[in-house]
Design a binder for this molecule. Sequence first.
Ligand code: TGC
Ligand code: FAD
Length: 392
Amino acid sequence: MSTRNSKLDPLDLFDIRSELSEEECMVKDSVARFVDEQAIPLMREAFEQHRFPNELIPQVAELGLLGSSIEGYDCAGMNSVCYGLICQELERGDSGLRSFVSVQSSLVMFPIYAYGSDEQKNRWLPAMARGEAIGCFGLTESHGGSDPGNMKTQAKRDGRDWILNGSKMWITNGTVADAAIIWAMTEEGVKGFIVEKDMPGFTAQEIENKFSLRASNTAALFFDNVRIPNENVLPGISSLKGPLSCLTQARYGITWGVIGAAQACLDEVLRYTANRVLFGRPVSHTQTIQIRLADMSRRITTAQLLSLRLGRIKDKGELNPTQVSLAKWNNCRAAIDIARDARDMLGGSGISAEYVPIRHMLNLESVITYEGTETIHQLAVGRELTGVNAYG
Ligand code: TGC
Ligand code: FAD
């Protein structure tokens, strides 16, 4: 039996770091430090207590992680690779933490920035960047989230106002949001409404007893004749392209985020199998365990290369949503398979919250489902290749 000391970083076998600019490395390192020192010590308990750790919001804002890609409005104006690295490091801690930042940045601040009026941008973006105002994004409805074109929530004009009726399901940050971006069908097409938390007729109810993303707030939202002034309608969009373009931003971040979850699992299992002595030798010295570890490394490396390439394309302004679909599908599948395999390689210890794989594994069940299920992304790629829409 021979052993050797590797010169490669086991969590970055292809030295992705060397492809990053100085600024990108700095962002990655500062978020990593925050996650190691402030977030990881809290996440396990937050998961067990079924609560999002609100106490982290001021530090997340202080680091410039909210709306990090937006120029102006007190936002950091970083590039897409920085946003990806932020997601990766946060999700190394917990998917719930990355979800919070994804929703605030990509699903709430992005549509206000891309489609909002000057008044809406000035009112909400700086407050959201500081973490003083929280947002949520309501697209999914209980009868079928994969097909948002079939939404039942509707808004009708009433003089200068609109009257909103309907409901939304599975909404991250739903009960803590000051402003909800709600997508509703109107006679003019799908429009985005900024629904404020104290508007009469708007209620939010937390979804309890989740086994996944327990350190995240998820809610059902109800709209009963909510009167919304026209100033709260996003003026720049009147079609499904509005919410779907937000999803492209968030899905891009998820492709990076899940790499962090997978790295956390590989890191844990490398340590564990090196110390676990079975049949007279560390279990990491067996062929089958090494093949499984190598396979994790292969999948992580592939995911890293996809996301980095995606980020560079995005920064050139050349991103196609199908490319994001392929990466969301590939990277979520890789991460959930890694988490499940890591859980198994820890044996009985793998079911304990003392080790990270089971928490990541459970979280990733949500991540592979939200922002488009695996099937939806496979069909998006199929449509691109064949020109035929196989959804309906
Ligand atoms: P389709 O005819 O394909 O498209 C309608 C219009 O939208 C455009 N478009 C996109 N634009 C930008 N990005 C994309 N990804 C886009 N996909 C489509 C398209 O070009 C078209 O534009 P136009 O100008 O011709 O009108 O629409 P469809 O009804 O056939 O639906 C296609 C499908 C199935 C891909 C879409 O409905 C879909 O993506 N379904 C999945 C829904 C989903 O992902 N929901 C996520 C909800 S939010 C969430 O989960 C947040 S989790 C947050 C967290 O905690 O992190
Ligand atoms: P369905 O659409 O009912 O799908 C059920 C099954 O059918 C899936 O396996 C799907 O892949 C499959 N399927 C669908 N279409 C086809 C087809 N054409 N052919 C074959 N199979 C198909 N939504 C928001 O709007 N905002 C949020 O903040 C948000 N946060 C979320 C947080 C969590 C924790 C979770 C779990 C979900 C969240 N969602 C949010 C909702 C999420 O986007 C939806 O759950 C997702 O889009 C799937 O919709 P659905 O749950 O209704 O499943």
